[in-house]
Write a protein that binds this ligand. Structure first.
Ligand code: UGA
Length: 455
C-alpha cells in the first residue's frame, strides 16, 4: 500500500498546509484544498500565505516534485482521494462553543462523493464525539443524495444501493506554530483513534516513515487526548505564573524555581516560562471548549476554570506593573517589542499584545510598535494613527524617545540587541519585560531600570 494511497488535506491553514507538505515529504501524493481562492492562488504560485519557518522551502520543493497539488475544487479533491484529512478551522462562537459549521459542510460534501472507500481523518481540534458525528453525517447525506458512481457502491440484502465503505479516524495534531514542520516530521507521538483494522493499517502505513511511537485508541479517547494535552499545558503555564506572583511577593526568582522543579522528569522543564500568560488561536479557545464539554457531561473541572482565571488576570497584572513603573500613562510614549502571540510566527490571533495595546490606548498612551513578522497583521487591527499608533522599522525606532519599553514577545533577535543603543534611544531607559527575556544583572549594569516577571 506504501505511497500509493492518494491523500487529500482539506483546509490549508496553520495546521493544514504543514500537514499536507509534511505528508508530501514522507513520499505521499497529496492534494491540498481550500475554499479561499486567493489563498490557493498564492500557494499554487509558491507563496506561503503566513509565516512559518521552513514551510516556504518545502512548498517550492513539493510543487516541483509534483507530490503536492493545491486546488480550490473540493469535489475533485475528495473524489481523487482515499484518505481525506480534515484541517478546517473550528473557530469559537460568541457563546464560547466551537463552531463546527465547516466540519459539517465538508462531511456533507464528502457524502456526495463517495466514489470508493474513504477514510476521513479528523485533525482539527474538535469536541469529543465529533468523529462520530462526521461519520453519521456522511452516512446520512450519502443516502439522501443521488446514487453513487457506478461500481463504487454495494447493495444490501434488499438490493438497495449502499454507500461504499467509510471509516472515520481521529488523528489530533500537536504541532506548535513557529515549529510546525518539526512538530509534523519529528512528533513525540502519533495518536490515532480508529474503529476498524483497515483504518489502523492505513494510518500506520502513512506515518510509518516517521518511525515515531504510535498510540492507537478508539475515536473518543484520541479526541480526549488532544483536549487533555492542551489543558495540561495551560495548567502548567498558569501554575508557574501564580508561582511568579508568589516569588515577587517573597523576593524569590521564578526562573530558578522553574529550573529547580523542571529537572524532575516527573514535572519536566517545558511550559514553565512565567510571563504575561498564554495566547494564540489554540490554547485559550481549546481550554474554554474543554471546560464547556466537562460541564455538559456534568464533570466538575474547577481546576481548569482556575487555570483560565489566572490567565485572564495576567493582563491586569501587566498593566498594573507598567503603571507602578511609569505612574501616569496618559501622554506617555510606550515602545512595544513583539506583537505575535509567540516567536516564530506572524499570527496575532488572541495575542496578548492586542489586549495590551487596547488597554494602553484607552489609558491615553502613544505606542511605537515593533515585531519582526507580525506588523502587517497588527496594522489591520490597530491602523497607524498619527501621534498615537506607529509601526517601527526597528526595535531602536520603537525605543526612540520612549518613556518605557515593553517586551511582549520573546523573539530571539531581541536578545541580540545592542542594549546601549537601545538605552540611548529612550527618553528614560525603563524596560518592563513580560517574558523574562533579558538578564536583570546585565540590563541594570547597562543603566536600565529593569522590571520582569517573578524575579
Ligand atoms: C499549542 C500547543 O502547544 C500545541 O501542542 C497544539 O498542537 C496547538 O496549541 C493546537 O492545539 O493546535 P501553539 O498555539 O502553536 O500550540 O502555541 P504554544 O507554543 O503552545 O504557545 C501558546 C501560548 O503559551 C503562547 O502565548 C506562549 O507565549 C505561551 N507560553 C508557552 C507561556 O506563556 N509559557 C510557556 O512556558 C509556554
Amino acid at each position: 500500500m506504501e505511497n500509493k494511497i492518494p491523500l487529500s488535506v482539506v483546509g490549508l491553514g496553520h495546521v493544514g498546509l504543514p500537514t499536507a507538505l509534511g505528508l508530501a515529504e514522507l513520499g505521499w501524493q497529496v492534494t491540498g484544498v481550500d475554499s479561499d481562492r486567493d489563498k490557493v492562488t498564492r500557494i499554487s504560485g509558491g507563496q506561503v500565505p503566513f509565516y512559518e519557518p521552513g514551510l516556504q522551502e518545502l512548498l517550492s520543493k513539493h510543487l516541483e516534485s509534483g507530490r503536492f497539488r493545491p486546488t480550490e475544487d473540493i469535489n475533485e479533491a475528495i473524489r481523487s482521494a482515499s484518505v481525506v484529512f480534515l484541517c478546517v478551522g473550528t473557530p469559537q462562537r460568541e457563546d464560547g462553543e466551537p463552531d463546527l459549521t465547516q466540519v459539517e459542510a465538508i462531511a456533507r460534501t464528502i457524502a456526495q462523493h463517495l466514489n470508493g472507500y474513504k477514510l476521513v481523518v479528523e485533525k482539527s481540534t474538535v469536541p469529543i464525539i465529533t468523529a462520530r458525528w462526521i461519520k453519521k453525517t456522511i452516512q446520512r447525506y450519502a443516502r439522501a443524495t443521488a446514487p453513487v458512481a457506478a461500481g463504487a457502491g454495494v447493495s444490501n440484502a434488499n438490493g438497495e444501493a449502499e454507500a461504499p465503505a467509510l471509516d472515520v479516524a481521529s488523528n489530533p495534531e500537536f504541532l506548535q506554530e513557529g515549529k510546525a514542520l518539526k512538530g509534523f516530521l519529528e512528533p513525540d507521538r502519533i495518536i490515532c483513534g480508529v474503529e476498524t483494522e483497515k483504518a489502523r493499517e492505513i494510518l500506520t502505513a502513512i506515518y510509518q516513515p516517521l518511525k515515531r511511537p504510535m498510540v492507537i485508541t478508539d475515536l473518543t479517547t484520541a479526541e480526549l487526548i488532544k483536549h487533555a494535552a492542551n489543558a495540561f499545558l495551560t495548567t502548567k503555564i498558569s501554575f508557574i505564573n501564580t508561582i511568579a506572583d508568589l516569588c515577587e511577593a517573597v523576593g524569590a526568582d521564578v526562573t530558578q524555581v522553574a529550573r529547580g522543579i523542571g529537572l524532575d522528569p516527573r514535572i519536566g522543564p517545558d511550559f514553565l516560562q512565567a510571563g504575561i500568560g498564554y495566547g494564540g488561536y489554540c490554547l485559550p479557545k481549546d481550554l474554554r471548549a474543554f471546560i464547556r464539554l466537562a460541564e455538559e457531561h456534568r464533570v466538575d473541572f474547577d481546576l481548569l476554570k482556575a487555570v483560565e482565571k489566572v490567565n485572564e488576570q495576567r493582563i491586569d497584572y501587566f498593566i498594573k506593573k507598567i503603571r507602578q513603573v511609569v505612574w501616569v500613562l496618559r501622554g506617555k510614549t510606550v515602545g512595544v517589542l513583539g506583537l505575535a502571540f509567540k516567536p516564530g510566527t506572524d499570527d496575532i490571533r488572541e495575542a496578548l499584545s492586542q489586549k495590551i495595546i487596547d488597554r494602553l490606548l484607552k489609558e491615553g498612551a502613544s505606542l511605537q510598535l515593533h515585531d519582526p513578522r507580525a506588523m502587517a497583521n497588527m496594522q489591520r487591527v490597530f491602523p497607524r494613527e498619527a501621534g498615537r499608533v506607529s509601526y517601527c522599522a526597528s526595535p531602536y525606532e520603537a525605543a526612540r524617545k520612549a518613556d518605557v519599553l515593553l517586551l511582549v514577545t520573546e523573539w530571539p533577535e531581541y536578545r541580540e540587541l545592542d542594549l546601549a543603543r537601545l538605552r540611548d534611544a529612550m527618553e528614560v531607559p525603563v524596560l518592563v519585560d513580560g517574558r523574562n527575556l533579558f538578564d536583570p544583572h546585565e540590563l541594570r549594569a547597562i543603566g536600565f531600570e529593569y522590571h520582569s516577571v517573578g524575579r
